[in-house]
Design a protein around this ligand. Sequence first.
Ligand code: HEC
Length: 242
Amino acid sequence: MRATLIVAIVLIFMNASVLAQGQTLTLSSANIDPSDHASLVRGAKAYSRYCLSCHSLQYQHYKQVAKGLQLSHGELQRDIMITPNTHWTMPMNAAFSNENMKQWLGRPAPDLTYITKQYSPDWLYTYLHAFYTDPTQPLGVNNWLVPNVSMPNVLQGLQGPTQAIYSKSSTNLLLGVKVSGAGVLNPKQYDQFVRDLVNYLNYTADPSAEQRYNIGWWVLGFLSLFTMLAWLLKKEYWRDAH
Ligand code: HEC
């Protein structure tokens, strides 16, 4: 029973094609919905709680996020502005400085405002599913997508401990990552949690995308109406000319 459960979990986290190809990692699909407002709000709260201590979103101001996602003042103060000494007109700076980060982890944590443009939503979704325990690393964790990463696995408590699956023929050949114990969230909930985070980071990279998309429909509607009117007008004029 336990073995079946583990196999099922492994299959959820790994694409069948990854198994077939061996070492190559195929990105999992993030399946985000930029028009899902509730998902964006959950993602914003999760970001402040789990990522903002180290990663700034310096091209976003708290007030932009509050306005864009229609957050109440209470929500903004309680769930989003959780780094010390912040005012709602300020950019979303990280709590720790780059110097601190270099001292503790060896590297600064990059700003993540444009991370989904730099890579892709699928890349980020896969990255947050690719951490595994690795005692040879300074922090005791590694990442399949970014080998020798110096970021701690901050979501381990939610996802549960994870282990690498190595090929039978070689311990250097990584085939996948499996969840090996219980986390606060079950695999499906964890997928949704990461999807919300990715959705939010996709939003921060281009906050007006959804608005432009909606305006686009109005523009298309106007153009079709205008074309029809122009055609009717042309018909009217040419009726007399014949
Ligand atoms: C304790 C500090 C810390 C926290 C908290 C943290 N990170 Fe990181 N993160 C880092 C550091 C340091 C790096 C740089 C790693 C490297 O270059 O090896 C990094 C790198 C990254 C990268 C870039 C990888 C690349 O190769 O460009 C992404 C994406 C990322 N983190 C996402 C997140 C997300 C999402 C969260 C919240 C769920 C988060 N991080 C929480 C410290 C942190």
